[in-house]
Ligand binder design. Structure first.
Ligand code: ZN
Length: 150
């Protein structure tokens, strides 16, 4: 009798072990899928973080550019000759006599708009042939600056 019970017990254990093995295989498969998904999400997160970083950097640069541009006004310095004139705002906190943040100057419009380079125009307002402005970065010659002299 006890031999029969042992045989039944053994058969049950064998069946339980086979069932357990099959369930463990399923569980293992689910875990592998979850792990793969996790790796995939990690890669997506990294890509999104890089995009976010680049977008923030672009935004910061655009704000700087906008702030820089707001310190200048596009003006005509001679007939058909354009330049950026500095907007001279007084320094905050200057007590009685307002102090200018920087001396009045003109930037070459072509250098700034086309090359993104700030190039201060050299003015020769007392030139024999009339006022001229020279950009040493982009022009061999000069441009008329009659309108500055007025
Ligand atoms: Zn220039």
């Amino acid at each position: 009798m006890s031999q029969a019970v042992d045989l039944v017990r053994g058969a049950l254990q064998l069946r339980d072990a086979q069932l357990l093995g099959a369930e463990l295989a399923k569980l293992n498969h689910v875990l592998l899928d979850a792990q793969q998904r996790l790796f995939s999400l990690g890669a997506e997160l990294l890509a999104l973080q890089e995009q976010h970083f680049k977008a923030r950097e672009e935004l910061r640069e655009m704000r700087e550019t906008l702030a820089e541009r707001s310190r200048y006004t596009l003006v005509e310095i001679g007939q058909g000759q354009m330049a950026y004139r500095s907007n001279n705002a007084p320094v905050l906190g200057a007590a009685i006599e307002p102090v200018l943040a920087q001396p009045q100057h003109y930037l070459c419009q072509q250098c700034w708009d086309i090359r993104g380079a700030k190039s201060i125009l050299v003015l020769h307002l007392d030139a024999a042939d009339g006022p001229v402005a020279i950009c040493r970065n982009c022009r061999d010659g000069w441009m008329r600056a009659d309108l500055i002299a007025r």
